[in-house]
Structure formats: structure tokens, C-alpha cells
Design a protein around this ligand. Structure first.
Ligand SMILES: *Cc1c(COP(=O)(O)O)cnc(C)c1O
Length: 464
């Protein structure tokens, strides 16, 4: 007797399959929520803006980050429209290159940087310093000096030492620096959960509960060469629960009202930070920006009305939700190895030509991704697979759990969507693997916006 093939496979992997991961009815189907707008499967092959991934791989090599620039621009517009009357700052740490920062600025966004390196990219992209924000808990004197000198639109102060340094620098330069005070609101949000209390124990900002935030704002108000624009908060990343933002917005608005009453000033701006979630897998269900904008506005307006103060101009700082969904990573499969575990369950290890050096998030944050066979469609049954890299490290996992066709083979191309944020920007040269290029597709044309690193680039720094 011969069991039905699919039935046998189901039995084998059921003990390993995470509960959220459904066995696909059609292993070739793209889940639209996980892909950028201009990606489709045509004739079995994945295409972006009408260009096949086979063509892209032949021309630019693998691995490569493939960037749907039209999708990114559309997302920028969706956020600026939803937050009309507020300022949307693109958090450049998610992904920082001249072309992307320029595109964000062209679509009406401001840009956040947190180091001299990110600032240098923004300046090289031709961005107006007045439309930049500078963050960070330990900005160097040189970074602060450069920011004040350039007239960076807002510098977010993160410690009492920094307030003193900023005042001294602004005085020396004969300027007045625009400053926001970063408030640690005691809300910690991470993915699907948030905790509203007892999370002051981290390095960023001035504690609200402990009174430091109040004192910091007071000192900035009284500093002769500093102008306090307002308060700033940022509560975490990949957040889906609006209640976390609501608690944070309510707390920071209350502090603002108190400061205005006590100090006789009006703070014209309020920055609610970033961290809005995106969809990596079917587990994630991000809120449309319009809904998010409506609930943030409602809570700030409610708190302001209660306190009898004017509603400040809001700003937000999305990074991941703008750039993350706009890229996928294209890899070539090198080896395929079925590994049989105890109880007869088996997992297909699919090794690709990149790994932890181009996507550290799976190893670092236990992040989940999805993957698809990109260079062809397949009629084979789905096999529970794990996409791993080429590094000397067993934690070198790109996609921990995914169903791929059981006939996946060396030479096939695999695409991993949702890799626009914190993959290239956190990339490394571990094992002396040069970092992949970023290929942007716009209006059906591909161009390299970040070149592939070469072994010569790596050797250039090795002085022997
Ligand atoms: C990281 C960061 C952001 C962006 O976070 P995302 O999760 O990418 O949206 C925004 N503001 C500040 C201060 C940050 O540190």
C-alpha cells in the first residue's frame, strides 16, 4: 500500500511546524500582504516591475536586495497623506542610501539620522539640514557641533550632559539650536505586546516618572542658546497595538501641559516616534496609516482639551513600515539537505549564498520571514524547509520555517520578502563575505543604488 504523498509529508513535519504556519494549498502562490506592490509571478517566474528575477540575477548577481522604488514612494505618500498637517520623518537607520533618502525627501518626508555617517549620506543626497532630525543617546561633540553649525532642524537631547554641551556649542557658534527632549514614558512595546509600566530601565531618554524629563525641559527652556521645540518619545519597534502609542501619547501630552503651565511657554511640536509594525509573515497584521493617524490625533486632541492647551504639531518617525516591505532578497540555492529528526520528522535545509551577514534579524531578534521559490513554479508537494546561509555558524538562519516545494534544487532562486529594513543597514562582513548590492526597480527599469562590496574593498582596510 502506498500512502498519498502529501499525506505522508504532512505526517512527517507536523511536529515541527509552528502553529501559525499553514500548509499552503498552492506553494507557488504569493501572499499579497508580504510583497511589495509591483511584484508578481508571471509564467511561473517572480517579476518586479515587469522584470524577471532570472534577468536581475544574471545581470546583477546574487545575493542581491531588490528594491521596489515605486512601492516605497507610494508608501511615503500614503503616510504623508494620512498624517497631513504633521511631519513624517523617515528613520534612516532602517536603510540609508543617497537614492532612498532623496526619494523620501522628494515625496515630502523629513529624515532622521543618528550618527555623523547617516548625516553624511543625507548631506550627500542634497537634503536640506533644516529638514533633518538628529537622535541618539551618545552623540559625539563633533556630531553635535556639526548639527548645530549646519542648522539641523531638530536635535533630540538625551542626557543632561548633552544639554550642557549643546548650549556651549550653540553659544560658541553664535547660534540658537532647536532641541527636543526625549522622554522615557515608561511604556515598552515590542511586536504584539506592550507593557505600560516599569520599563524605565533602558538607556534612552529622560525618565518621566522620575521627574528627569520635566527637569530636562526646564533646563532647555532656560538655556540662552537653545530653543525647546517640544517633547519626543519613541517606545519600541514592530508595534501592532495602538494602545501602546495611546498610553505613550497621553503621558507625554500631560507632561507638556504641566510644563506649559509651570514655565509659561508653548511647546509647538510633539514627536511620537516610530516603530509601526509591518508584515513579515501571516502572523503580522499592520494597521493602515490612516487608522493609526486617526487614533493618535484623537488621543492627543483629547489630552490637550482636558489640559486646556493647544494641540501641538505632531511628528512621527516610521522606518521599517516604509522601507521594509519595499525590498526582497534574492538568493541562489547552493545545497539542499533533508535532515531527519527524532520521531521521523524531517526538515529540508536549503542553503543559500548569503545569510547572517545580509540578514541578522532572524538570529538577533528571533524574527520570522517567509520565502518563495522565485525562478520557477513547481507542482511538487510542500516540504517544511529552513532557509540557511553559508556562514560558519549554526545560528545562520534566514527563514526559520517555511513551506517550499519538495523538489527545490541547487541553482534555483529563492526570494525572501520584507528585507528592506535593518537587513542591509545591519549587514556585516562576517566570514569576509562582501555585502550584497541594492538593485532599485523604478518604472520597469533596474539600476544599482548600492554597489556590491568586493573582496578588494575588504582587503583595502587590511594593512598587513
Ligand atoms: C529606530 C527608531 C525609529 C524607527 O523605528 P521603526 O521601527 O523602524 O519604525 C524612529 N525613531 C527613533 C527615535 C528610533 O530610534
Amino acid at each position: 500500500m502506498r500512502t498519498h504523498e502529501a499525506g505522508a509529508l504532512h505526517g512527517d513535519f507536523d511536529s515541527l511546524r509552528p502553529g501559525w504556519l499553514a500548509v499552503p494549498e498552492d506553494v507557488n502562490r504569493l501572499i499579497p500582504e508580504l510583497w511589495s506592490a509591483n511584484v508578481e509571478r508571471a509564467g511561473g517566474v517572480l517579476h518586479i516591475g515587469g522584470l524577471s528575477v532570472e534577468k536581475l540575477a544574471a545581470e546583477f548577481g546574487t545575493p542581491a536586495y531588490v528594491f521596489d522604488e515605486d512601492d516605497f514612494r507610494a508608501r511615503c505618500r500614503a503616510w504623508t497623506e494620512a498624517f497631513a498637517g504633521a511631519d513624517v520623518f523617515y528613520a534612516s537607520k532602517a536603510f540609508c542610501s543617497k537614492a532612498v533618502l532623496r526619494a523620501a525627501a522628494e515625496e515630502g518626508l523629513s529624515v532622521d539620522v543618528c550618527t555623523a555617517g547617516e548625516l553624511a549620506v543625507a548631506l550627500a543626497a542634497g537634503l536640506d539640514p533644516a529638514r533633518l532630525g538628529l537622535h541618539g543617546n551618545n552623540k559625539s561633540l563633533a556630531e553635535l557641533h556639526q548639527a548645530v553649525d549646519l542648522g539641523v532642524g531638530r536635535i533630540v537631547a538625551d542626557s543632561f550632559q548633552e544639554i550642557e554641551r549643546l548650549e556651549a556649542i550653540a553659544k560658541e557658534l553664535g547660534k540658537r539650536a532647536n532641541v527636543m527632549v526625549r522622554v522615557n514614558v515608561g511604556v515598552e512595546a515590542h511586536t504584539h505586546e506592550f507593557i505600560a509600566t516599569a520599563h524605565e530601565d533602558q538607556k534612552f531618554g529622560f525618565s518621566l516618572a522620575g521627574g528627569d524629563a520635566y527637569e530636562a525641559a526646564r533646563r532647555v527652556v532656560h538655556a540662552e542658546h537653545l530653543n525647546l521645540l517640544g517633547l519626543h518619545s519613541h517606545i519600541g519597534s514592530q508595534i501592532f497595538d495602538t494602545a501602546a502609542f495611546e498610553v505613550s501619547a497621553a503621558r507625554v501630552t500631560r507632561l507638556q501641559a504641566q510644563l506649559q503651565a509651570d514655565l509659561g511657554v508653548t511647546l509647538g511640536e510633539l514627536d511620537l516616534g516610530g516603530g509601526f509594525g509591518m508584515a513579515y509573515t501571516t502572523q503580522d497584521d499592520p494597521q493602515p496609516p490612516a487608522d493609526l493617524a486617526a487614533s493618535l490625533r484623537r488621543i492627543v486632541e483629547h489630552e490637550c482639551a482636558g489640559a486646556g492647551i493647544e494641540v501641538p504639531r505632531l511628528s512621527i518617525e516610521p522606518g521599517r513600515s516604509l522601507i521594509g516591505p519595499a525590498m526582497f532578497t534574492l538568493y541562489e540555492v547552493g545545497t539542499v539537505k533533508p535532515v531527519t529528526l527524532s520521531a521521523g520528522a524531517s526538515r529540508l535545509y536549503v542553503s543559500v549564498d548569503g545569510g547572517i551577514s545580509d540578514n541578522i534579524r532572524t538570529a538577533l531578534y528571533d524574527a520570522t520571514y517567509s520565502a518563495t521559490l522565485a525562478s520557477r513554479s513547481s507542482t511538487a508537494t510542500p516540504a517544511l524547509a529552513r532557509v540557511v546561509g553559508k556562514h560558519c555558524e549554526s545560528g545562520d538562519i534566514v527563514v526559520k520555517d517555511e513551506f517550499l516545494p519538495a523538489d527545490i534544487a541547487p541553482g534555483d532562486l529563492i526570494a525572501v520578502p520584507g528585507t528592506g529594513a535593518y537587513c542591509r543597514s545591519m549587514g556585516s562582513n562576517y566570514n569576509h563575505v562582501p555585502r550584497p548590492p541594492v538593485v532599485a526597480v523604478r518604472n520597469g527599469e533596474a539600476r544599482v543604488i548600492l554597489a556590491r562590496e568586493t573582496v578588494e574593498d575588504l582587503l583595502r582596510l587590511d594593512l598587513g
